[in-house]
Design a protein around this ligand. Structure first.
Ligand code: ATP
Ligand code: MG
Length: 426
């Protein structure tokens, strides 16, 4: 699935980049043709003006005498000897003189620019070339005296443009191949987050199904045994029913936790957010754990400042996150241990620390304990009833409050979980 998306991404990338590239190349080529043509024409025009200025006409009776003595040799051979011909006409369009290629027929004299194809023979071989021709009207004291015609081969210009075309026709496929390769590599990187989320989702679904399978199987077997029990055996039936209730409760709490994780991803609900006193919240949470501390013979110390510490937060969510951390501390600290809950206000933030002297978390497991369904010792946590969602929920809540949750732990020594919440600016 990802390979196909990657291929499609590379294909569209190459196609869009390729189209832009081709469009760009054609625009550049078009501009180059225009610029070179303008420059070419300007050179011919300069040349023609100079030749016109150095030509003199004299009328003798009905005919004209033309003197090209002053037309320099440089001009006659200029434009890199690509001048095909220079012709002088009188104002009745009769050819008076020429240099270069001789006219084999009377041609039309039209002032201005023309691009023409002309055919000639070189060493007996027929050839044809394109030429650019300029016809300038000549005037003497404002009255028309004739025309000067200069024709230059377009060969050098065509060669230069052919070179550009060759460069583009080789360059574009190379650039397209390169774009395709880049697209393919970029596709790999673009696919990574989607691939990771997909794998995460798959793992999550597999884990959730696996966790739900155990209570469902237990409910089913208890129901079947209950049905098979003899009608007089009320004790057996009660036992089975109470097992079903316990398993249903655990399933319901698992589903509730999963729903919670799915619903509370991201932002807090503004309606539920208010200024709350953390001292009051923590002492009310602590009260709920006094009985557990007595039952497990644990020393439970609560260290809170005397004055209120206000934070802008969702009270229920915060209570749930701290409750999950205290649950863990009580669950993973053997009898006779010590649990401390401390609130430390700082200038810009407030720290809530929950410390225990319990079984601790091995270093290799520390990077994963916030992952959904991650448990260090699956066999032991199954006994204590954990599914590995408590820390994931706590982290999600703290993140939604723009806070941070960190764990420091040493196996067999104890664990400290610290929540850091930003304080509202005064
Ligand atoms: P749940 O909280 O969903 O009932 P859980 O307690 O197993 O189940 P988490 O709270 O997410 O799940 O904790 C993940 C794992 O991290 C636990 O299974 C446990 O192995 C380890 N852990 C968490 N807190 C502590 C702690 N204070 N001491 C030792 N191990 C802990
Ligand atoms: Mg837990």
């Amino acid at each position: 699935m990802f390979e196909r998306s990657r291929r499609r991404l590379a294909y569209w990338f190459a196609l869009s980049m390729g189209s832009i590239l081709i469009l760009f190349a054609f625009t550049v080529y078009h501009r180059q043709v225009k610029d070179q043509m303008r420059e070419f024409d300007a050179r011919i025009y300069d040349q023609a003006k100079r030749i016109a200025a150095s030509t003199t006409y004299q009328k003798q009776g009905e005919s004209w005498l033309i003197d090209t003595e002053n037309v320099s040799l440089r001009d006659r051979n200029a434009l890199e000897s690509k001048i095909i011909y220079i012709r002088w006409y009188d104002f009745q369009q009769r050819l008076l003189q020429f240099t270069g290629y001789s006219p084999h027929q009377r041609s039309q004299v039209t002032p201005g620019w023309q691009t023409q194809k002309y055919d000639f023979h070189l060493k007996g071989q027929p050839l044809s070339k394109h030429l650019r021709r300029l016809t300038l009207p000549l005037k003497d004291d404002g009255s028309p005296v004739g025309y000067l015609q200069i024709a230059v081969s377009l060969g050098p210009l065509q060669t230069s443009l052919a070179r550009s075309r060759l460069f583009l026709s080789l360059g574009i496929p190379i650039a397209l191949t390169f774009t395709g390769v880049v697209g393919w590599i970029l596709g790999h990187f673009a696919m990574q987050p989607a691939k990771r989320s997909y794998e995460q989702l798959q793992r999550f679904t597999a884990d959730a199904s696996h966790e739900l399978r155990a209570p469902i199987a237990a409910i089913l077997s208890n129901a079947q045994v209950g049905l098979l029990a003899s009608e007089d055996d009320d004790q057996e039936r009660d036992q089975r029913l109470s097992n079903i209730v316990i398993q249903s409760k655990s399933m319901s709490s698992l589903v509730a936790n999963l729903l919670f994780l799915a619903r509370h991803e991201g932002q807090l609900n503004p309606q539920d957010v208010a200024n709350i006193d953390l001292v009051e919240l923590l002492s009310s949470i602590a009260e709920g754990y006094i009985d557990s501390a007595i039952d497990k013979d644990l020393r439970f110390e609560v260290d809170l400042p005397a004055s209120p510490v206000e934070v802008h937060s969702d009270r229920d969510l915060l209570q749930r996150a701290i409750g999950n951390l205290l649950d863990n501390a009580f669950k993973y600290t053997p009898n006779g241990g010590k649990i401390t809950m401390r609130l430390e206000p700082k200038p810009r933030q407030v720290l809530i620390k929950i410390m225990d002297t319990g079984i601790g978390i091995p270093e290799v497991d520390l990077p994963h304990i916030f992952d959904r369904f991650y448990r260090v010792d699956k066999a032991r946590t199954r006994e204590t009833g954990g599914v590995g969602l408590g820390l994931a929920i706590a982290r999600q809540i703290i993140k939604a409050h723009d806070g941070k949750i960190t764990v420091v732990s040493e196996a067999e020594k104890g664990t400290t979980v610290q929540i850091c919440l930003p304080l509202q600016p005064q």
